[in-house]
Design a protein around this ligand. Sequence first.
Ligand SMILES: Nc1nc2c(ncn2[C@@H]2O[C@H](COP(=O)(O)OP(=O)(O)O)[C@@H](O)[C@H]2O)c(=O)[nH]1
Ligand SMILES: Nc1ncnc2c1ncn2[C@@H]1O[C@H](COP(=O)(O)OP(=O)(O)O)[C@@H](O)[C@H]1O
Length: 204
Amino acid sequence: MKERGLLIVLSGPSGVGKGTVRKEIFSQNDANFQYSISMTTRKPRAGEVDGVDYFFKSREEFEELIKQEKLLEWAEYVGNYYGTPVDYVEQTLSEGRDVFLEIEVQGALQVRKAFPEGLFIFLAPPSLNELKNRIVTRGTESQELIDNRMKVAKEEIIMMDAYDYVVENDRVDLACERINAIVVAEHCRRERIAPRYKKLLEVE
Ligand SMILES: Nc1nc2c(ncn2[C@@H]2O[C@H](COP(=O)(O)OP(=O)(O)O)[C@@H](O)[C@H]2O)c(=O)[nH]1
Ligand SMILES: Nc1ncnc2c1ncn2[C@@H]1O[C@H](COP(=O)(O)OP(=O)(O)O)[C@@H](O)[C@H]1O
């Protein structure tokens, strides 16, 4: 039987650079992990494409997905729903491929309950000031939303102890290197090749 893939969860406060780091990782090695595209009720931003960045849904459609238990986890975040389609995750892991989720902190904690064997990585900003700078310079949020996101961010940062690893996103290239190294190390730690060797030695 094929070994199940690894569920990799990248989380952290809004504006820390999760999306940027995730896109950089996938531009380097999209063959290694499969990105799980989330559902959201947020309106698409300029340049975002349905089915690529998110599956964009109405609140009614999203609530129906919750009712039908089609989501591995979901959260209401700054006024919109976000959630992970469960079928894609289950199917991909059972094919032995790693799945990569980029989600906010409440959702990551729910996934932790469903998949305690997952790999949970918290992306941390170098400082709170730098986090605010990043949200402001991205320029996608109004002042009210920025204040909201900073308030949520402080609550989220406290949760970093619940993760397996904390990676500082000081520079995107370094953060990606650290995440890739963690994934490689976790595979080495989890895949027990000793039993396979014992079998081989028995045959000889
Ligand atoms: N729980 C959960 N959070 C998600 C999901 N997809 C995206 N998010 C998170 O929702 C938050 C808001 O996402 P978005 O509106 O795209 O803004 P941005 O990530 O700050 O650019 C971010 O922290 C995302 O990581 C999901 O499927 N589940
Ligand atoms: N290491 C970094 N150094 C400087 N700016 C960064 C870094 N990582 C991301 N950014 C910038 O910070 C802003 C927020 O990044 P984004 O990926 O949208 O965050 P998130 O997905 O966590 O909300 C963007 O303008 C992005 O270009």
